[in-house]
Design a protein around this ligand. Structure first.
Ligand SMILES: C[S@@+](CC[C@H](N)C(=O)[O-])C[C@H]1O[C@@H](n2cnc3c(N)ncnc32)[C@H](O)[C@@H]1O
Length: 245
């Protein structure tokens, strides 16, 4: 079981993954305004951290995630605006329904093999109207962030219900461009430590651009961080803004 399926970890997801100002929520909200979006698909919406922000700004949101516990939590949170929550994949939102889609929280990296990634991009292409926008982020492989996923990077967060939780990521190995790791969650109050093993695909800028072109998207911008700096070798992120044919 991983952090998106274990109800004890899903319950503390928002505490552990709260976004800093100037990162994903601000970036995708600014982009939605710039491209004049009205209906937006949030793929891998999780508990809806960014979905609710955009709904509150007046966008009609279609939010999809394969994890029933994540969507259960999302549905229970108060919403100011219009959100349709769906358990499953993007093909469920319908065809030609949105003028923007995005994937936040490095969701793109959970599509490990090329076939799954190509299928997801094809479904996103179908869900968008002609000239619709797709944006997402993927960690930059050349920054090799996984080398810093050790116990030295342990952080402490305070959940209002569960209390203090120590978290860190443990890097195991890299096979090609797939990194295997385990996230550790130590609940200080109970002494329980929960583990979430998972794998992430690290695609290069060229791989992302090529796969998008094959799916009928043209990359309009790629940034190296949330302040829209250019991509460089040591940039943490590859933040892609693409437009469908
Ligand atoms: C790190 S969370 C990000 C959640 C949310 N987008 C956010 O920014 O808070 C990753 C999410 O991706 C979802 N996910 C995992 N594999 C996926 C896939 N193949 N397609 C769509 N979503 C996926 C998980 O269920 C989880 O909710």
């Amino acid at each position: 079981m991983n952090e998106f399926d274990d109800p004890r970890l899903v319950a503390v997801y928002d505490t552990i993954n709260a976004y800093d100002p100037g990162t994903q929520p601000d970036f995708y909200a600014a982009l939605a305004a710039e491209v004049g979006a009205t209906i937006i698909v949030d793929v891998g919406c999780g508990t809806g951290l960014i979905t609710r922000r955009l709904a509150g700004e007046g966008y009609r949101m279609l939010a999809v995630d394969p994890s029933p516990p994540m969507i259960d939590v999302a549905r229970r949170r108060p919403v100011d605006g219009s959100i349709e929550w769906l358990v499953g994949d993007v093909s469920q939102v319908g065809r030609g329904v949105a003028d923007m889609a995005f994937m936040s929280g490095h969701v793109a990296q959970f599509f490990l093999d090329d076939q799954d990634w190509a299928r997801a991009l094809a479904a996103l292409h179908a869900a968008l109207r002609p000239r619709g926008w797709l944006a997402f982020e993927s960690r930059n492989p050349s920054a090799r962030q996984w080398l810093r996923w050790t116990a030295d990077s342990t952080g402490l967060v305070f959940d209002p219900v569960a209390g203090p939780i120590e978290t860190w990521s443990e890097f195991h190995r890299i096979d090609g461009d797939v990194v295997a790791y385990t996230n550790h969650y130590a609940f200080v109050a109970t002494g329980d430590e929960l583990l979430s093993p998972n794998r992430l695909r690290f695609r290069t800028a060229d791989q992302l651009t090529g796969s998008l072109a094959s799916a009928g998207f043209e990359v309009r911008a790629m940034y190296g961080d949330w302040d829209r700096r250019p991509v460089a070798d040591d940039a943490r992120e590859l933040i892609v803004v693409a437009q469908r044919s």
